[in-house]
Design a protein around this ligand. Structure first.
Ligand code: DOR
Length: 389
């Protein structure tokens, strides 16, 4: 058992039986795990544009409540995050909230219209850590390729939402919509050498494409959501909760393939696709506050080391952001979690979005402490803001 000492926002010492020094607070994490801060690289914070669904502040409160010290904020806001000014505004607003770190992901195309490439160098200089038109798939392979070629200089990863619109329109649940779109994007990733990340993978075919691309040393990575890992379409009817989401819930065979891909490493990271809505018909679920427990619910035998890597070092590496380590000298972003049963009550969410397929479910794991830059921002479910950054 080791102790971690934090001072001035940094990890300063790790060792056995460290002695508390004067003025230091001690957090007793016996019977719990102390991990590098969890990072959720796929979160919809809804601002600017839809504060009735979520604000940056309410989304950040949900993040730290769920054990996340940092989130990647998706650009399908209104307007879309396609200018340096908007990227800076998101960071400043998150700084004022003083909770989780927020890393803006800017749009690939102007207005997320799938046509004109955004100004990647300017967006990266403003703080965008990645580019994505998430929520939509760029239909034109030429537009996608020309965007990727232009983005290379920025050194930032593309994160793509892979659903072929024509197949989906024909049959909303046809897994070929995803599989064909992933095949196309890994081919473009290979041709352009741009680092590429496939968002919310849900089909066996997509996993096969990603595994094949990795064999060829294509710089690609992939994420999986709690809902796609835990539930198949057969479960959806039984749950009695509106389960519309993009991509949709899949077959039991796909779910089994996703779980295998987490174990084998074909899938690199967990990401909640936190998608809060103010109604009961729009697609998506509130994910931040169930995620840490839901991954353990879906994969009870996943080694804790791999679980932690999927939530910290891997997303940090994919986005090229700090975090994912508790090495001495690194920022003190820490998640404390415990293997403790709890029952999901969406009414208690900090998020404004209350819809989740996990409502009433007993989950086997929960974050019990969140520390960002050395400040405790969540302890036993209570959320405290840091002073404005
Ligand atoms: O179900 C979804 N909802 N999938 C997405 O890709 C976007 C998200 C949203 O923003 O609501």
């Amino acid at each position: 058992m080791l102790d971690v000492r934090i001072r001035d926002g940094m990890v300063t010492e790790i060792g056995e039986l460290l002695k508390p020094e004067e003025g230091e607070d001690v957090i007793d994490a016996r019977n719990a795990y102390v991990a590098p801060g969890f990072i959720d690289m796929h979160v919809h914070l809804r601002e600017p544009g839809n504060p009735e669904k979520e604000t940056i502040a309410s989304g950040c409160a949900a993040a730290v409540a769920g054990g996340f010290t940092a989130v990647g904020a998706m650009p399908n806001t209104h307007p879309a995050l396609d200018t340096p000014e908007l990227v800076r505004w998101v960071q400043e607003t998150a700084g004022r909230a003083g909770l989780a770190r927020v890393y803006p992901i800017a749009a690939i195309t102007h207005g997320r219209e799938g046509k004109e490439p955004a100004d990647y160098n300017a967006l990266a200089a403003a703080g965008a850590v990645a580019f994505s038109d998430d929520g939509s798939t760029i239909e034109s392979a030429i537009a996608q390729t020309s965007a990727a070629l232009r983005a290379r200089e920025s050194g930032r990863v593309f994160i793509t939402h892979c659903e072929n619109a024509a197949i989906k329109e024909h049959d909303e649940f046809d897994s070929a919509a995803e599989t064909t779109a992933v095949e196309r994007d890994v081919a473009i990733a290979r041709a352009t050498s741009l680092p590429w990340h496939i968002a919310h993978v849900s089909t066996q075919g997509a996993i096969e494409s990603i595994a094949a691309a990795k064999e060829l040393h294509v710089a690609c990575s992939a994420e999986v959501t709690p809902h796609h890992l835990a539930f198949s379409r057969d479960d959806a009817a039984e749950l009695g909760i509106p389960s519309k989401v993009h991509p949709p819930l899949r077959s039991a065979q796909d779910v089994a393939a996703l779980r295998r891909a987490v174990r084998s490493g074909t899938i690199d990271t967990f990401a909640s696709d936190h998608a809060p809505h103010a109604d009961h018909v729009s697609p998506g679920f509130s994910g931040l506050e169930i995620a840490a427990g839901a991954y353990a619910y879906a994969l009870p035998d996943l080694p804790v080391r791999r679980y932690v890597a999927m939530l910290s070092s891997n997303p940090a590496r994919i986005l090229g952001i700090p975090g994912g380590t508790l090495a001495v000298g690194s920022p003190a972003d820490v998640t404390i979690f415990a293997d403790r049963d709890w029952v999901v009550d969406p009414g208690a969410f900090h998020s404004k979005g209350k819809r989740t397929l996990f409502a009433g479910k007993k989950l086997p794991r929960r974050a019990i402490g969140t520390i960002v830059g050395g400040t405790v921002v969540m302890q036993d479910g209570r959320v405290f803001a840091r002073s404005a950054q």
